[in-house]
Structure formats: structure tokens, C-alpha cells
Design a protein around this ligand. Sequence first.
Ligand SMILES: [Cu+2]
Length: 282
Amino acid sequence: MRKLAFTTAGLLAAPYMASAAEETEAVKEAVINDPSEGWEILWHHVLIDLTAIGILFALIVAFFMLSYRRKSENEEGSSPKLTLGGSLAWTLVPVFVFLADDFYLAANGWKLWNDQRRVPDNAMEVKLTAMMYNWEFQYDNGTLSDPDADGRPVLVVPQGKPVVARMHSEDVVHSFFLPSYHIKEDVMPGRITYLWFYPKNLGETVLTCTEYCGVGHSSMYGKVKVVPAAKFEEMMLAKTGAAPAAAEAAPAEAAGAEGAAPAEGAAPAEGTSAAPAPGAGK
Ligand SMILES: [Cu+2]
């Protein structure tokens, strides 16, 4: 009877389940495993652990110093007498406690690292070129981002859309660093590396080179500017006179779609087809 009820319910629900599945897909796409916050939590965790371990050790040392201090002028010290079991316990228990903590932290780090390497499917791709001593950002429609009034490079991105930078260098090794997003990655000549970040909040944050690349290294900085998605669309329209159709496509599709007609008025990004698909390489 119960089975029958389930079957009937299943049949009745079938048409709705399809749309529910579609909804789940949409939700799944929207869920982004942003490791940025995780790095911050993990870093605090490391600091707390180091502090706790430091205090613990200081207390133990203080305790032994007080307990075994010389109590009279002519007192002679003697070596500590520990049984084999005592010696082993004093060695192994702390080792296991601290290694357990180390492995816990390391495992969390590995998880975050994997999230960091897995580019979300809906990420917007930007081609980054590093050179002594500047950054250049090219969108999927072929246009370049404009520098600010001081001539510093600015990467403008829409809020709420993950951004993946495919990076290469024209000269020496640089490293693209976004301190506010807790991420950096080397940028090298003759090789494409990538990083992705999730611009959740509006506003400007620092981008900089974090690999010494020459005398002008310290001037190799700029900013990431997160603008509302509508404003970004407007900006792209103003730049190209066409909607940034390519920016909407998944990077893998964009990379693999050779022979596909480029969006009207938009030149295909140079080297895009040679860029590895998300998750490839490294
Ligand atoms: Cu540099």
C-alpha cells in the first residue's frame, strides 16, 4: 500500500521533478566554492594554534623551572629518572597531538588549494599580459581595460561573476597578486598560468606584482575595480558597440569554439584558442 502511494506520488510529481532538477542545476551553477574566506579562516587558525602551543610550552617550561630549582645553597642536582614508558609517553603524546593539528591544518589547506585550482564553469575569462613594468587586461571581446587617470592598470570586473585570468609574460617572471582575494600566481614567458577570483563586493582593491622582476618592480601595481553587472555591460557596450556575448560563454566553450563566428564588432581574443581549458595545465 505504502509502495503504491509512493509510486502514485512519483508519477504525479514527475513533471514537477524535471523543473526541480533544472532549478537544482541553476542553483548548482550559482554556488561558487570561493576559497578566499577559507584562507582567512585557516590563517587565523594557524595563528591561534601557534599562540596556544607557545603559551602551553612557556607554562610547561616555567613549571619545570620552578619545580626543579635549587632550594638550598649546597643542594646537588640529579638527572631525571624516567621509566621507559614515561620517556615514550613524553615523546609520543606531544608528537601525536601536534602532528594531528598539523595534518588537520594541512588537510584544510589542500581542500582550499583544490577549490583554488578548480575554475567555476561560469567564470568570465580575461587575458592577462605582464611586462616590465605593467599589466594588460584583455576581455573576451578583444578590448583592453583602460588605465586610470594616473596611468595605472585597472582590471574592471562585474560584481558576482567569477573571473579567471589566463596569464603570460612578455619578458621575465612576474607574479600576479590580489591581496584582498588571498591569491597569487606566477606569470611566466612561454607558458600560460591561471588564477580565478570571485568579486563579491563592489569597490577597488589592490593588484600588484609580487615577484621581483627588475628595478621597476615596486611600480608594478594597479587595482581591481568591481562594478555592478549592469554598469559593466554598459562599459562593454561603450567599448565595442556590441554586447559582450563572448563574456557570457563558458571559457571552455570559448576556447574550443574555433571557427565559430565572433560576436559582431568584436575581434577574437588573440591566443584565446591556445589557452588551456579551466582546470587544465599545472
Ligand atoms: Cu615584479
